[in-house]
Design a protein around this ligand. Structure first.
Ligand SMILES: C[S@@+](CC[C@H](N)C(=O)[O-])C[C@H]1O[C@@H](n2cnc3c(N)ncnc32)[C@H](O)[C@@H]1O
Length: 361
């Protein structure tokens, strides 16, 4: 079987399957999504995986933590020798199994990641994944399939164990996939962070902006508003970049955030407050109906009250892909100007997604 293998937050497989199906159909590809609720991954079977992968860039997907090209699915693996079938699949030497010779001929991988889905069934496989990686790596090097040293300019080889006897073999394009194992950036909550939410904004800045944008968009002395700021996690992240922040919330902010001297706390309604002059940033973590948030964000962008924004959309219990689409369409329509929009369900997001939007220069 060929196609795409994508990882997601466990429980969001229907949303990822709906997203892949919709986007593939829009790009003119036939295929079908196969998944199980709670599994943490979706396979999108398609007979033109390379072209489909190009048409669906990872950065454009909302619910995919990772996007890989599936080379082989191996079931019934013998615990005494799981290595031989993987090497065979990579050599495409078993009749009709594994990838086409075109897919593997001359393919040298720069790194091996042995993974498991981030799910209840997948997490107990982490020990197996680690030990198996250590055993497989030297064999692949000897077979000329893996570079002698990790090489970030070559495709990554992923082996993902869905069970002890069931693995996917897939390749990751380094320019078009998440660089982190399991597609999860590891961030540490610093002891003085006012809330765990701080990790959400840090992850958003890491995954929704590229290196150049982070340098250009986050400079000392810039000005920001934080709508729904209490107890101050997002404000604290911005302050650590040297930004001056107007923090809007009726609730209290942590004292050490106020003590930075860079924060003005305003007890106001985030849906009505507007800045006295244009700002560089507006961030918003208000828990509200997603359409209402998307409309307010569109107003900010339309009126030019901020250059760029990062905000959360809390998703409803049902039809979450439909609601995502609707909110992003609403944002684009009501902003009444060309936008750059990137949306993603972050690792630190639960029933929500995080959106970066900016007026196109
Ligand atoms: C999830 S918390 C924000 C956490 C914050 N981002 C952090 O990192 O600490 C949501 C906040 O939105 C505030 N909020 C909800 N509706 C609001 C509104 N209409 N105006 C201002 N704040 C609002 C709540 O008081 C609450 O403190």
């Amino acid at each position: 079987m060929t196609g795409l293998l994508c990882y997601c937050r466990a429980g969001f497989e229907p949303e990822l399957a709906a997203e892949l199906s919709a986007r593939a159909a829009e790009a003119g590809f036939f295929g079908h999504a196969r998944t199980e609720r709670g599994s943490g991954f979706v396979v999108f079977a398609c007979d033109q995986p390379e072209a489909l992968s190009r048409a669906l860039p990872w950065r454009g997907l909302v619910f995919a933590r990772q996007k890989l090209q599936l080379l082989a699915e191996l079931r019934g693996l013998d615990p005494k020798d799981r290595i031989a079938p993987i090497v065979a699949a990579l050599h495409a030497d078993s009749a009709g199994q594994g990838p086409s010779p075109e897919q593997v001929r001359g393919r040298l991988y720069g790194e091996l990641l042995v993974e498991h889905p981030d799910s209840d069934a997948g997490k107990p496989l982490s020990g197996l994944a680690r030990a198996f990686g250590n055993a497989l790596r030297p064999v692949l090097r000897k077979a000329g399939l893996l570079a002698a040293q990790d090489n970030a300019s070559l495709p990554r080889l992923h082996v993902c164990f869905a069970a002890g006897d069931h693995a996917f073999v897939a390749s990751g394009d380094v320019a078009d996939s998440a660089p982190w194992p399991l597609g999860i950036p590891r961030l540490r909550l610093l002891p003085d962070a006012p809330s765990r939410s701080a990790l959400k904004l840090e992850e958003a800045l890491l995954t929704l902006l590229d290196d150049g944008e982070r340098t250009r968009f986050l400079r000392e002395g810039m000005r920001a508003a934080d709508l729904g700021a209490a107890p101050g996690g997002w404000t604290w992240v911005l302050v650590r970049h040297g930004l001056h922040v107007s923090s809007i919330d009726n609730g209290p902010l942590r004292q050490h955030v106020l003590d930075t001297g860079l924060v003005e706390h305003l007890r106001a309604d985030g849906f009505h407050w507007q800045p006295p002059r244009p700002l560089d940033w507006m961030v918003c973590d208000m828990v509200e109906q997603p359409r209402r948030v998307a409309e307010r964000m569109a107003t900010w962008l339309r009126e030019g009250w901020c250059r760029q924004t990062i905000f959360n959309l809390k998703l409803p219990m049902k039809k979450r892909w439909d609601e995502t689409r609707l909110c992003l369409d609403l944002l684009a329509a009501q902003a009444q100007r060309p936008l750059v929009v990137r949306a993603r369900q972050l690792y630190h997001d639960r029933e929500e997604i995080t959106v970066f939007a900016a007026a196109k220069p």
